[in-house]
Each structure stands twice: as structure tokens, then as C-alpha cells.
Ligand binder design. Structure first.
Ligand SMILES: [Fe+2]
Ligand SMILES: [Fe+2]
Length: 297
């Protein structure tokens, strides 16, 4: 991700719009990066986690609306909520397709439901300061996750190797459309967190928990998909760090070192999401994305 401490000048004055995209998965091959089952399934973990995760973002941010005392931020939060609601349903479509193709995602997605609905869900029994604290803590976790979604969005917009590898064009458009909207709205969760809590401690604590948990969920998700892929024979169904590193060197997955350095930048006191990625590039992709263009008509 390009690091730009001066911030992203294109970002100011942006109005976040949901784009009501549709995707047809009928022709999607199981290994939509041809000949790369593991790299395909590493990226497929997005479909396992995002429907429940992004529905949880939507519920949490709607819960936070009454606490917002800034009209511009309120509008941005509403735009963010509209975008994330559509992202969740777009990835749900891929889950339904995997199920129809004989890869049942439900043993994993039931765990994601438990995480996002129970562990991280609303706590109606809390009142007053305890309720507010719990809500702000969840906003801080979302701000940390949004750092990674923006990192991944910037990565996928620049991952030319995916074009050269002959990736299924509909899937490539899904992950680039989504990635572009993640770059476009990358400041909203962070700005909401700062609006509700000016402090530094909560941001750092949330990242210290969120980063390792995401790695854990990703490893489990990749292993789950490989083990349950009906087109792989048992000897092929193993995921390994060595294979990950090899695929990342070919440009098919993000480099782990870059992801770690990006997470470290989130810990600096002067961090702001506009220092990472390019709004200009994201908006340019959204102007050419087949799904976004079709949604505009
Ligand atoms: Fe999203
Ligand atoms: Fe997002």
C-alpha cells in the first residue's frame, strides 16, 4: 500500500454512495485463479467472514448513530452502512454458489455467526456508561478491521498478477469493486472512533486483539476450504505457509511483510487512514467496474 503521510488530497468532499451491484456465479470455476487452489481459497475466506462481519458493522454503526454530534460524519456513517450492507449480500451470493457446488460453508459460517452475533453483538442488558463503553469498544474493533480491508482493497486494485493469471472476470470485479469501496470509505470507522473517544489506548488495544484474531480466522478458513473442496484429492488439500509465501511472491496474494508493516503504521500516534491507499485510484476503478457500471443504469 502506498504510504503517504501527507494524506490523500482526493479524499475531501467525497460522498459515499452504495452501488447496488449484482453478480452471476453460474460460470464460476471452483478454482477461479486457474491452477491455484490454495490462493483461491485464501481469498475465498473473505466470503466466509464478510457476510456476517459486515452485517455486524451495519448493526453496530446504526446503534452508534444517536451518539454522533457532527452532521458530516453522520452522513459518512450512513454512506458506509449502505455500502457494507451491499458488500455482505454480494459475498453471500458466493457462499450460496459454493454450497450448490458441493462445498458446504456452513460449519465455518455458523462459527462466524456466533462470533459476530453473540460475542461481538449488542448487549441489551447493559445501560448508561457501560453500554456506551461496550459500543465504543466494538467501533474500535471495526476501525481496526477497516484498516485491513483498506489494505486488502489497495492490494487487489494493484495486483496486476491476478489479471495475468487469468482470474475469473466476475470474481475479479467483485473483489476489486469491494476493494475500491473499502479504499473509498477507509476513514469512516476511524473518524467515528475518534469522534467517540479521542484516546490512543483503545485504538491500540483493539488492533492488538483484532490483528491476531484475523490471522487465526484466516488460517482456519483456508484449511477448512481446502479440506472440504470436493475437487481436491487428499494429497492436494493441504494449506501451508510455504505455499502462501510462494503465491505472494507471484503476486497472487498480499505479502505478509507488507501486511505486518501496514498494521504497525496503525499503531503510530499520527496515523490516519487517508495516509494509506489512493481515493483517486478507487474512484477510477468504480468508474470502469462492470458491476458498478451496470448498477448505475
Ligand atoms: Fe465492505
Ligand atoms: Fe469497509
Amino acid at each position: 500500500m502506498p504510504h503517504n503521510p501527507a494524506g490523500d488530497g482526493e479524499h475531501h468532499g467525497l460522498v459515499l454512495q452504495p452501488r447496488n451491484v449484482q453478480f452471476d456465479w453460474n460460470a464460476l470455476p471452483m478454482h477461479w485463479i486457474p491452477g491455484e487452489p490454495m490462493a483461491t481459497h485464501v481469498i475465498n475466506v473473505l466470503h466466509l467472514l464478510l457476510p456476517e462481519g459486515e452485517r455486524w458493522f451495519v448493526r453496530t454503526f446504526k446503534e452508534a448513530l444517536p451518539l454522533i454530534r457532527d452532521e458530516r460524519l453522520r452522513e459518512e456513517v450512513l454512506g458506509f452502512v449502505g455500502q457494507e450492507a451491499i458488500h455482505a449480500e454480494a459475498h453471500q451470493g458466493v457462499l450460496d454458489h459454493l454450497l450448490a457446488k458441493g462445498l458446504d460453508p456452513r460449519p465455518y459460517t455458523r462459527q462466524a455467526e456466533y462470533l459476530f452475533q453473540r460475542v461481538l453483538g449488542e448487549h441489551p442488558e447493559l445501560t448508561g456508561t457501560a453500554a456506551r463503553e461496550n459500543l465504543i469498544e466494538r467501533v474500535a474493533v471495526i476501525a481496526a478491521i477497516e484498516h485491513f480491508t483498506a489494505f486488502l482493497g489497495d492490494w487487489v486494485l494493484n495486483a496486476d498478477a491476478l489479471d495475468r493469471a487469468g482470474v475469473d472476470p466476475t470474481m475479479l470485479d467483485l473483489i476489486r469493486w469491494h476493494g475500491a469501496e473499502e479504499v473509498e470509505h477507509r476513514s469512516v470507522a476511524f473518524d467515528l472512533l475518534r469522534h467517540l473517544d479521542q484516546g490512543y489506548t483503545r485504538r491500540i488495544r483493539a488492533m492488538a486483539i483484532t490483528g491476531p484474531v484475523l490471522v487465526h480466522l484466516w488460517v482456519r478458513g483456508t484449511r477448512f476450504l481446502m479440506a472440504n473442496d470436493p475437487t481436491l484429492v487428499p494429497g492436494q488439500a493441504r494449506a501451508s505457509w510455504r505455499a502462501y509465501t510462494a503465491a505472494s511472491k507471484r503476486g497472487l496474494l498480499p505479502r505478509l511483510g507488507r501486511a505486518a508493516r501496514s498494521a504497525a503504521r496503525y499503531l503510530s500516534r499520527g496515523y490516519h487512514p487517508t495516509q494509506e491507499g489512493s481515493t483517486r485510484q478507487a474512484v477510477a476503478y468504480l468508474g470502469t467496474s462492470p458491476a458498478a457500471r451496470a448498477a448505475a443504469h
